[in-house]
Design a protein around this ligand. Sequence first.
Ligand code: PMP
Length: 275
Amino acid sequence: MLLYDNRIIEREQARIDVEDRAYQFGDGVYEVIRVYGGQPFHLKEHLDRFQRSAREVRLSLPYPLEQLEEHLFELMRRTGLQEGNLYLQVSRGTAPRTHAFPAQARPLIIAYTQPSARPLKEQNQGICAVTTEDIRWLRCDIKSLNLLGAVLAKQKAADQGCQEAILIRDGIVTEGSSTNIFIVKDGTVWTHPADHLILHGITRDITLQLAAVLQISARTEAFDSAALFDADECFMTSTTMEICPIIKVDGQTIGTGSPGPVTRRLQEAFQKLIS
Ligand code: PMP
């Protein structure tokens, strides 16, 4: 069952044209929203970012956000999703293939739900990552459907038996292929500023707010790969991974090689938010 434009239909009934611009150009934007106990987590922030991403690529949504929100609740109700993810995207629509915007095409929104358990093992034990050059475009703040840079980076991690690729641009750690990256040094948490080089992660924001509440000092300043390898702790954040320790990068242990105390405090505070 999925949301197709403004109707909820069976997945088998959905029809995507070969000239859908998402299919041919990656011309669209998306969101992934976590659902806990049947409730979408920070839905407003996700819908606002969805609208902003669309606006930044000059795509107008086919109907208002309030209506989209109603459709999403209806979708969650009809699919009975309790624990899992809600995927949402909008394409610029279908039109004869030419790069410039089509004069007449109705943007197509689709959304569907996917049950999935929280990644507790990864959160408890930590994961390993690899570093790789950040070869993506210069508008990483837009949650675009063009994900080849992320796909290639994630595959490099998978090839080495790791779960994430940490992206490095001009020596600076920007973010992960599908996560934001934090380090902890001498009790201070560092993460890249929310500019055009990273996605403004909603979990990143929540984590910074939790740090403030816990009186953990935090700096949204760029740091280089030497600082990453020299960090006491490292962790990544995302809607699906929440706050997840990174204990090894390129085969090198970070800190003690097990999830650190600052990461643990933030994870515990995050856990309280969702329970
Ligand atoms: N950076 C990138 C490149 C991502 O794809 C994601 C996942 N949406 C994130 C960061 C984390 O963002 P959020 O916490 O909003 O899921």
